[in-house]
Write a protein that binds this ligand. Structure first.
Ligand code: 1CP
Length: 347
């Protein structure tokens, strides 16, 4: 599997590429399936999850499939009342803001994500041996931000306020979410995924000092609890240029990088080339909007990124997995993604 090879310091048979949010509204075949079914309903239907996960692999020839699910799926499975609203994202019926809200948080029983593990079972029977199946979960901070704010936020004001004003309550909430995240990842690993990605999408809103004090111990526990599996652990967030060192040191095997920072600079911040640091691979980092700017721009940007990736590897990164710096935007032409994959495999 080229993705696993690049993550573990072996020479991949071809340069591995996949795209965050590769399944989804950029694909007409996805829009057709979703026209008559809700998002959460789809996430708990193993056959639909399998089909939607396979769609981008079939169409684009990516080197990985990412399980079609959402970071709030284990919260819903555990019994938290929430919905995924089209055009908005997760919306929580009763936001978690007080000590009694935190005390009432449920635990995740593995059987509650049986639909997800059943989907993994189907996928393992369908995917070619060369294509990695990536499982994932939201990291405790990013999950906490949705639970506390009640939905998507630009400022995270209630989240940061609980974190700073009541650190004891904060750590209790983060502890409960860490347990749910570990359970969700372990269920996917037991079902046979080839890699896992921990999405701390919104951690980039924090300073490094606050990340270390309020978030890192919990994410470190997640990564430690899935280390035994031996599968590569990818850790990703948006706008995390200043956090890359910390996010790597807490136990990632692959560090995801957004488009704001060149991959060779990111590798240096992640400790690549430092004999005292654990070796890690890098993943990224095409700006998702570059896929909208036409073939010439796509090729120019990809050549630059592949060059920066090669420099990162020469400086000590274990490998480079090509990806976007964040998810595919819904207005992206599917054909632009297919051509980008072709280019990455031939350049
Ligand atoms: O192809 C894939 O990548 C697999 C599917 C996938 C993944 C990995 C979905 C489907 N969601 C996720 C993870 C996820 N969900 C993250 C982490 C990755 C990231 O940073 O993008 C986050 C933050 C969410 C939360 C979420 N769910 C949002 C973002 C809201 C915000 O705060 O801006 C949204 C819009 C959703 C809904 C969702 N999840 C997935 C899809 C295809 C959709 C859209 C569904 C719809 O509009 O009906």
């Amino acid at each position: 599997m080229p993705l696993v090879a690049a993550a573990t310091g072996q020479l991949p048979a071809r340069r591995p590429v996949w795209f965050m949010r590769q399944a989804g509204r950029s694909l007409p075949e996805y829009r057709e399936i979703r026209a008559s079914r809700g998002m959460l309903e789809s996430c708990f239907d193993p056959e639909l999850v399998c089909e939607i996960t396979l769609q981008p692999v079939r169409r684009h020839d990516t080197d990985a499939a990412i399980l079609f699910s959402d970071i709030v799926v284990p919260l819903r499975a555990a019994g938290i009342d929430l919905d995924i609203v089209a055009g908005t994202g997760p919306v929580i019926a009763h936001p978690v803001r007080t000590a009694s809200d935190v005390a009432a948080l449920p635990r995740l029983d593995r059987a509650e994500v049986g639909a997800v593990t059943a989907a993994i079972d189907l996928l393992l029977g369908e995917l070619p041996d060369t294509v990695a199946l990536i499982g994932f979960a939201g990291a405790p901070f990013t999950l906490a931000s949705y639970l506390i704010e009640g939905g998507p936020s630009r400022t995270y004001e209630r989240t940061k306020t609980m974190m700073r004003a009541d650190p004891q309550l904060w750590h209790q909430l983060m502890g409960a979410l860490t347990d749910i995240t570990i359970g969700f990842l372990q269920a996917q690993l037991a079902a046979g995924v080839d890699a896992v990605q921990l999405f701390d999408s919104w951690a980039g809103t924090l300073s490094e000092a606050e990340y270390l004090a309020y978030v890192a111990p919990h994410s470190a526990r997640v990564l430690a609890e899935v280390a035994d599996s031996g599968v590569p652990r990818i850790h990703f967030g948006v706008g995390t240029g200043e956090l890359l060192g910390a996010m790597t040191r807490i136990g990632a095997d692959v560090i995801g990088v957004d488009w704001r920072i060149p991959l060779d600079v990111a590798a240096q911040r992640a400790g690549c080339g430092d004999p005292a640091a654990r070796p890690v691979a890098i993943q990224g980092n095409l700006d998702p909007t570059a896929l909208m700017a036409g073939d010439e721009v796509i090729e120019r940007e990809l050549r630059r990124i592949l060059g920066e990736g090669e420099r990162a590897v020469a400086a000590g990164a274990r490998g480079h997995i090509v990806n976007l710096g964040h998810g595919v935007l819904p207005n992206t032409e599917a054909s632009a993604i297919t051509r980008a994959v072709e280019l990455i495999h031939t350049l």
